[in-house]
Design a protein around this ligand. Structure first.
Ligand SMILES: Nc1ncnc2c1ncn2[C@@H]1O[C@H](COP(=O)(O)OP(=O)(O)OP(=O)(O)O)[C@@H](O)[C@H]1O
Ligand SMILES: [Mg+2]
Length: 471
């Protein structure tokens, strides 16, 4: 071979490698065929997208590729037939969806010498499109539901939610209402956990059935088990002769809210766990289980994880309860709710006490910036006291500050009992102390009466009784 020929061969080989490298680096699949439909080159990505082995079909005619069932349709053949660029969409055995474009390459006589086919994988884009549409739909649905709820304010069950944080809470609550999963509502005391639990029940398909709220901390330990699970006749001494259904049974078809769930004694925790697993309860002294269909919502202001670590709360029960978790944020983390809450409670207590008191803007300002360690409950109590105690219709900064200070003072009243006294004596001692504290604070006996929540005549009578009459 002449040396110039050799050089040309080398040059062509290098060009060939370069072309292969270019083709293989393409993210789209590429197939090159000649004017008869014989496959000349196939890129690696073509194999990845279509699942058709590149080595096998290289050298084959496209008609055979179809005949052997590697692909269902061939753009190459279509291009050869129509003598123009063609685009089709195709789904391969890999499940991947693609947009395929074939383009003809003509020689100087107008004859097709090559068909270059580009396979663009659309699977991910299609999936993302689907996901996006789905999420957008869902969001729209929740948004309309929430808007509707807001529009007919009362159906929020008197829940004030203006802040972004509280709206997120209600959105999660609304989502959870659609399922039967157990919900654990956490958050500091007074943030509105009970209210959220009721909201979930009201928005769930169980809303025509009972909502039973059990305050696990308020029922004496030895009674809790029989209250929750009920008992059969003669189960224990002091039991009713005819037996008694438990609160769980009473909630059948509806929702059971376990308030202050951290206070459940360990033995009741075991029984409750069994109920959650088996959806049936055993009454005390019962000989067969009773099927109950109840959705459980648990509330707590304690750190349940900590209690689990200390062994005071069963881990398995914790997992059963903590399926959906909703945390209600403290008031200081959602300041946007404070003014709407103040308006709400002011209106409520004005109505309740037949007043029409209004806060000045400085007073509003003061209340928004005050810390509320007792959260919404403290705010509500504060406004009630404010409405009751204040004498003028205008609640200005001084009045609000006075009530705020007075509350702190009142909390400091301490009665010491050094030796056993009768209840009557203790009551009198407390009454005298309360009157004394109120006397220091207020100018008139009428305001004393309002601050203590008793009649004016009672104040006067008791002041005489305790020798506290001012001269
Ligand atoms: N967003 C709200 N809108 C209107 N009232 C509210 C709101 N949040 C709480 N309240 C009121 O505040 C008081 C306390 O709320 P709730 O009893 O639900 O608190 P909690 O979180 O269960 O507290 P605890 O942990 O002490 O049981 C209730 O009277 C409730 O009606
Ligand atoms: Mg509560």
């Amino acid at each position: 071979m002449a040396s110039s020929d050799q050089e040309e061969l080398k040059y062509l080989q290098a060009l060939n490698r370069e072309l292969d490298a270019i083709i293989d680096s393409s993210h789209d699949g590429i197939v090159i065929a000649d004017g008869e439909g014989n496959v000349l080159r196939v890129s690696k990505s073509y194999e990845r997208i279509t699942g058709v082995p590149a080595e096998v079909i290289t050298g084959m005619n496209m008609r055979d590729v179809i005949k052997l069932g590697f692909v269902s349709d061939s753009v190459t053949l279509k291009v050869l037939e129509k003598k123009q660029s063609i685009t089709i969409s195709q789904r391969f055995a890999t499940g991947r969806e693609s947009i395929i474009t074939g383009s003809p390459l003509f020689d100087e006589n107008g004859k097709i010498v090559r068909v270059v086919t580009n396979v663009r994988d659309m699977t991910e884009i299609k999936q993302l499109e689907k996901q996006l549409a789905f999420s957008q739909n869902l969001l729209k649905r929740y948004q309309t539901e929430l808007d509707e709820l807001r529009a007919q304010h009362c159906s929020l069950g008197e829940i004030i939610a203006v802040s972004k944080e509280m709206n997120e809470v209600l959105l999660s609550a609304l989502k959870s209402a659609g399922s039967d999963a157990t919900v654990l509502i956490t958050g500091e005391s007074g943030v509105g956990k009970d209210l959220v639990a009721k909201f979930i029940h009201n928005k769930s398909w169980r809303n025509k059935s009972p909502l039973i709220v059990v305050n696990c901390g308020a029922i004496p330990e030895q009674l809790l088990e029989s209250e929750l699970f009920g008992y059969e006749p003669g189960a224990f001494s002091g039991a009713k002769r005819e037996g008694k259904p438990g609160l769980i049974e009473l909630a059948d078809g509806g929702t059971l809210v376990l308030d202050e769930v951290a206070d459940l004694p360990l033995i009741v925790q075991v029984k409750l766990l069994r109920f959650l697993q088996e959806k049936e309860i055993w009454r005390l002294g019962g000989i067969k289980p009773v099927k109950v269909d109840v959705r459980v919502i648990a509330c707590t202001n304690k750190n349940l994880e900590g209690l689990v670590e200390e062994g005071r709360f069963r881990e398995d029960l914790y997992f059963r309860l903590n399926v959906i978790r909703i945390k209600v944020p403290v008031l200081r983390e959602r300041k946007d709710d404070i003014i709407p809450l103040i308006r709400h409670f002011l209106q409520k207590y004005n109505q309740q006490y037949g007043c029409s008191k209004k806060l000045t803007s400085e007073a509003y300002n003061f209340l928004v910036n005050k810390t509320w360690p007792g959260n919404v409950r403290e705010l509500s109590n504060f406004l009630e006291r404010l409405v009751v105690i204040s004498e003028k219709d205008e609640l200005d900064l001084d009045t609000v500050k006075m009530v705020a200070d007075q509350k702190e003072n009142e909390e400091k009243i301490k009665i010491e009992i050094l030796s056993p006294i009768t209840l009557k004596e203790a009551k009198e001692k407390l009454e005298r102390e309360l009157l004394l504290a109120a006397l220091k604070e207020f100018k008139t006996t009428r305001s004393i009466a309002r601050s203590l929540g008793i009649d004016h005549s009672t104040v006067v009578r008791k002041m005489h009784k305790y020798g506290l009459v001012k001269n």
